[in-house]
Design a protein around this ligand. Sequence first.
Ligand SMILES: [Fe+2]
Length: 202
Amino acid sequence: MIEKPHLPFNSNDLMPFISEETIDFHYGKHHLGYYNKLIGMLKDRPDLANMNLIDLIRHSHGRDDMVGIFNNAAQIYNHSLFWDSLSVSPQKCCSTAAKLIQDSFGDLDHFKKEFSSAAAGLFGSGWVWLVKNSAGKLEIITTQNAKTPITNPTLTPLLVLDVWEHAYYIDHRNNRPQFIEDFVDHMINWDNVCKILGKVCH
Ligand SMILES: [Fe+2]
């Protein structure tokens, strides 16, 4: 059973960094568009009807006969984590997350530089992720199109930035670097990173 994704804030809550128009299009047309397409596809697949979203993504991953189901299911998950990765007010990197960042990247500035560089260097449409690996270290990875690290059970996605053009084109045209800078400097939801880690942010 796939639940309809929701937006965890109001469309104008991220201004001035992301406009109400961008959020309305991004959530209302793109994110819900993936959901509606998937629900339509599943009407012909009663065998998949009881799967939750993550199971469906993993089940369809890499299968030539399920490309459409994978793409739409993965985009639902990716966008939901993206909304949860955005804070409506600036947050300091809490000590729990800061310790992990320090162990993996040296310090917060190095993390921001590496994350921004990965986001700027991703060719075409895709996603930039902060994940925790099975050794407990954090890694920055990128995926193209709908690809998602949730297909890899050894990785725990903590944070994601959508760098498809639809995420920033209304506000910034082709200026992806500005969108990236706004994200890393003003919008990272560290509380949500701690929540996924199962820890209290302090
Ligand atoms: Fe998107």
